[in-house]
Design a binder for this molecule. Structure first.
Ligand SMILES: Cc1ncc(COP(=O)(O)O)c(C=O)c1O
Length: 379
């Protein structure tokens, strides 16, 4: 019987250490390895290969059933995006969503844009818009689902069909859902990208990233790029990320349950305007979320009824929800995207409402979280 997600997360690539029997993968804090003779080795240099990182990559790959390909771990989520950027050459074209992490847009528009990579921003929830944006030179269609910060849902299978009708790869930034809630490769994506800084690490104590693919050729190219450009996580970060991965499923269940209750609470609150959460039946893509995810995730965004000043007041009034960028840790966080994570998209098609508050709902007790939001909203 094929093993289940929870088991794979704890065991794949994590056999007891052959030397000592240690049940936990050691932190191989070494930059280099002794060779038996020149060029005779199993490991040569830690930018190229490190056993702690290999354990993490093996587990991430197994969690998406990427048996024909594999995973490459990177020093951040943006480093993972940058490796994908190296697949492009001047004149190539990329299709980006109009709701995405601001740093992703900044990288493609302001870094690769200056190197002759062309960019079209679309609403990926409208498949016709994605199809209309495709050119002969389109090499990558990029989607983020659920998206940051408006929690829109993109039909991965439909967009994969559009990307593959041309000569394009589909990249899915699966950071918000993780492979526990959503399996992009099995829905037709070529590459799943993660900021492992978020739910996979899960404890707000590392910055990391990863790309997973089930295509052997693409995997070989990414492995080559990982070694050539060198944005690898150190062994301690790889260890912490692997440690986080072991509990991803149980943490995610609690994140999802808490987020659902908070979304329902906010919907009823008189100080709150629109609530963005794919688990609400009123969410425009609720049915799609239901069909391509196993649960709706731990992120909730909402607008205040009384504008940006109130959003700032609410953000100052919570005690448990820390005002901070990032997401996916055990502790609850709150941020104002227009002033924080999405400042770099001001004045573009990706601009977000200035009274939007984004919550990363942690795994504290739900009663405490609701009480904290209630007093901040009512204060
Ligand atoms: C959806 C998403 N993708 C990618 C990134 C970039 O990841 P990192 O901060 O690890 O570089 C972020 C960061 O917030 C994100 O939210």
């Amino acid at each position: 019987m094929p093993r289940k997600f929870e088991t794979i997360a704890i065991h794949a690539g994590q056999e007891p250490d052959p030397t000592t029997g240690a049940v936990v993968t050691p932190i191989y804090a070494t930059s280099t390895y002794v060779q038996e003779a020149p060029g005779v080795f199993t490991h040569d240099y830690s930018r190229t290969v490190n056993p702690t990182r290999t354990a993490l990559e093996t587990a991430l790959s197994a969690l998406e059933g990427a048996d024909d390909g594999g995973a490459v771990a990177t020093s951040s989520g943006m480093a993972a995006a940058a490796l994908i950027g190296y697949l492009l050459k001047p004149g190539d074209h990329i299709v980006l969503p109009n709701d995405t992490y601001g740093g992703t847009f900044r990288f493609f528009a302001r870094v690769l844009g200056e190197q002759g990579i062309e960019l079209t921003v679309v609403d990926p929830t409208e498949s016709a818009e994605v199809a209309a944006a495709m050119r002969d030179t389109t090499r990558i269609v990029w989607v983020e689902t659920p998206s940051n910060p408006l929690l829109r849902i993109v039909d991965i299978a439909a967009v994969a069909g559009i990307a593959h009708s041309g000569n394009s790869l589909l990249v899915v930034d699966n950071t918000f859902a993780t492979s526990y809630l959503q399996q992009p490769l099995s829905l037709g994506a070529d590459l799943s990208l993660y900021s492992t800084t978020k739910y996979i690490g899960g404890h707000s104590d590392i910055v990391g990233g990863a790309i997973v693919t089930n295509d052997a050729e693409l995997f070989a190219r990414l492995r080559f790029l990982q070694n050539s450009a060198g944005p690898v996580p150190g062994p301690f970060d790889a260890y912490l990320t692997l440690r986080g991965l072991k509990t991803l499923a149980v943490r995610m269940d609690r994140h999802c349950a808490n987020a659902r209750q908070i979304a329902e609470f906010l919907t009823e609150h008189p100080a709150v305007g629109e609530v963005f959460f794919p688990g609400l039946p009123t969410h425009p893509q609720h049915d799609l979320a239901r069909s391509q995810m196993t649960d709706f995730g731990g992120m909730v965004s909402f607008r205040t009824r009384a504008g940006p000043d109130v959003a700032e007041k609410v953000s100052a009034g919570t005690e448990l929800f820390f005002l901070a960028e990032s997401l996916g840790g055990v502790e609850s966080l709150l941020e104002i995207p227009a002033l924080m994570t999405h400042m770099s998209v001001a004045g573009t098609d990706l601009e977000v409402p200035d009274d939007l508050i984004r919550l990363s709902v942690g795994i504290e007790h739900i009663d405490d979280l609701i009480a904290d939001l209630d007093q901040a909203l009512s204060g």
